[in-house]
Design a protein around this ligand. Structure first.
Ligand SMILES: [Mg+2]
Length: 296
């Protein structure tokens, strides 16, 4: 079973040729990008891409799900279950959290268990996650921790550079919108995004990153080529490529903030079509110089 699910990770890009780095930087060019017109909109994922407040969330979600699956009496080993869960959790990473819980309920059912409402699993996950991150949120609010310590390095600079270049910034997250707004605010990000902050809502059918992208294109009557998408998850990279935009994978090392790309994220995001990979935003000016190089 775990083998079948290993293949669930749908690699869209079979072979990429040799990649190159922009000289003297950590910016990896997977596919050369030549734009016909300057980017006008940038859509950012939140957790893992900008915010590190929820760093470690998979270490909460995955064991919780393994525990639920073990309770079905399945003969699969904890190791196999962990592999299986990790794969579907990561494949759905970027969608609203409820989709991961819907999948958990399906997996419980497939093993003869009677799942609860996916919302109940989401609530339990959130309680467990809050135990882990409450102290970070409190430390930010009290000023004990500076926002920069819980941001992917050089986040403010990257956002400022894009704004200077006339790019409108959007934030779209699979985390519940009230938490995204609150955490964006305590991290000092709200001024960069203004009212363009979107997250999961109660009726999960009425929100997706795809919808945010489609709305930007429709309301502004622009082509997908004017979009940049930045994220560390599968879904946003896939969505931005589907819309015809440029996908920048942020293969962030969330726990270490080392400036070295997380290889697992890098490989998987290249597999869904990322054009450029960065470990964080330290060389983001070079990314922009590259993208804008032949544009007036
Ligand atoms: Mg993310």
């Amino acid at each position: 079973m775990s083998v079948a699910h290993e293949e669930d990770y749908q690699r869209r890009v079979a072979e990429t040729g040799p990649t190159r780095f922009l000289p003297g930087t950590s910016v990896e060019i997977v596919r050369e990008v030549t734009l016909a017109a300057p980017p006008r909109f940038a859509v950012f994922d939140f957790d893992g891409t900008l915010s590190l407040v929820r760093e470690g969330w998979p270490d909460v979600m995955i064991p919780m799900m393994v525990e639920e699956l073990t309770a079905t009496g399945t003969s699969e080993s904890p190791g196999d279950l962990t592999k299986l869960v990790r794969n579907f959790v990561m494949q759905l990473n970027g969608k609203q959290t409820i989709y991961q819980m819907i999948r958990l309920a399906e997996e419980i059912k497939a093993r003869g268990g009677s799942p609860r409402d996916p919302l109940a699993y989401k609530e339990r996950y959130h309680e467990l996650l809050m135990q882990r991150i409450a102290s970070r949120r409190d430390a930010l609010r009290s000023g004990a921790t500076r926002p920069q310590e819980l941001l992917v390095p050089h986040t403010y600079e990257a956002l400022a550079i894009l704004k200077e270049r006339g790019v409108e910034l959007y934030l779209a997250s699979g985390t519940d919108e009230n938490y995204v707004r609150e955490e964006a605010d305590i991290l000092g990000l709200a001024p960069y995004f203004g009212r363009h902050i979107y997250g999961a809502i109660a009726d999960h059918r009425k929100f997706s990153k795809q919808m945010v992208i489609e709305r930007i294109l429709r309301e502004n009557q622009v082509e997908g080529g004017r979009l940049l998408g930045l994220g560390d998850g599968y879904v946003e990279i896939d969505n931005i490529k589907g819309a015809g935009g440029t996908a920048i994978a942020v293969a962030s090392d969330e726990a270490g903030r080392s400036g070295k790309p997380d290889q697992w994220k890098r490989d998987r995001l290249i597999g869904v079509g990322a054009d450029i990979v960065i470990p964080d935003f330290r060389d983001f000016a070079a990314v922009c110089d590259y993208l804008w190089r032949d544009l007036a």
